[in-house]
Design a protein around this ligand. Structure first.
Ligand code: GFB
Length: 315
């Protein structure tokens, strides 16, 4: 696999940059990347021209329009349209140009809001989605089904991996559009630095989330690249494979740990006028474990690494 020409779509984002680091660390040298200025993945003709000229042998789709609960709930049309266009253009051009293997990334929000926990791959499409991220989830489910359909109709070696909530280096720390963990890191840091004695978080703090450090996710993706093919997934009557830690905690518990790492000792308040989102989304990762891969970074260790990076790079 190391001799293959790999196109890594979305290499500048938190996930893409982590996969890039992991590939380079393992000795991959033929990694093709394109910035948004060089290639707008929403423009089908440009994507087709790129694939015809570059002819990648492998494609990893880490490019997407992403964000936390507030961004998903507000920019609903952008999340649906942009993610549909990005995945459709990349998956179809990969098929047209005979790409040997493609891995598509989604998110644990594709599962029904109230599906039995932990979430099994088989529970996809078994119930209603969480309202706040329904557009993004529908786009990602469409991408999953597109990969599966190219496999079933043309035997394309295209499959999907569904990571749990992620955090780490190069995350988005904007307080409106970010996911919860970078928002908490920044809120506690700024409160500590300004000697403010209280921080207000969204919702009630009671929802549970599973969080994976992004470098572990990247390692899992490269593990799948080197050890798994589409038939290994679809022959098990599932459409995608879960990637997670198998452990979750409440937002309030995560906040306490982050406050402790940052050194914030004030009061944590909750604004229940803001949405809680889905009550829980712990993924069943037994299939990934049975394949021989496990995460390495504990929650506290990942937060410590991320906070150190935040202080060194974002202040
Ligand atoms: O990561 P997050 O924004 O999205 O987490 P989801 C939201 C949870 O954290 C909610 C609470 O329960 C929020 O009430 N929270 C508390 C906060 N304070 C904050 C804060 O300051 N900022 C944010 N963002 N949340 C996303 C999906 O769901 O998960 C995406 O919308 C994607 O599509 C992503 O699937 C992985 O975990 O609820």
């Amino acid at each position: 696999m190391k001799e293959k020409k790999i196109y890594l779509a979305g290499h500048k984002g938190m996930v893409g940059s982590a996969i890039h680091r992991n590939l380079e660390g393992k000795g991959y040298t033929k990694i093709i990347t394109k910035t948004l200025d060089e290639l707008d993945l929403i423009r089908q003709a440009d994507v087709e021209t790129f694939f015809r000229s570059e002819k990648p042998e492998v494609v990893i789709i880490a490019a997407a329009k992403v964000g936390g609960i507030w961004a998903n709930n507000v920019y609903r049309a952008e999340f649906l349209y942009q993610n549909l266009m990005i995945e459709s253009n990349l998956i179809h051009s990969a098929f047209q140009n005979g790409v040997e293997k493609l891995i598509f990334l989604g998110s644990s929000c594709i599962y029904p809001k109230l599906a039995p926990q932990p979430l099994k791959e088989e529970s996809l499409l078994s119930g209603y989605l969480e309202y706040t991220n329904e557009p993004y989830a529908i786009a990602k489910i469409a991408g999953i089904k597109l990969c599966e359909s190219y496999f079933k109709q043309y035997e394309s070696n295209f499959f999907s991996a569904m990571p749990t909530n992620l955090y780490g280096f190069y995350d988005n720390f904007d307080l409106e559009t970010s996911h919860v963990l970078p928002a908490l890191i920044r809120k506690f840091h700024e409160a500590k630095e300004s000697n403010c004695n209280s921080v207000t978080l969204w919702g009630t703090g009671t929802p549970k989330r599973e969080f994976m450090f992004v470098d572990d996710l990247a390692d899992a993706i490269v593990f799948l690249l080197e050890n798994v093919n589409a038939n290994d997934i679809y022959s098990k009557e599932i459409s995608q494979i879960n990637i997670g830690t198998g452990e979750d905690l409440t937002i309030a518990e995560a906040a306490e740990i982050i406050a402790s790492v940052v050194g914030f000792e004030g009061v944590i308040n909750y604004d229940s006028s803001k949405p809680d989102g889905t009550p829980r989304k712990l993924m069943d990762v037994s299939r990934l474990h049975n394949l021989g891969w496990n995460h390495k970074t504990s929650f506290r260790e990942g937060i410590e690494k991320t906070y150190k990076w935040f202080v060194e790079n974002k202040i």
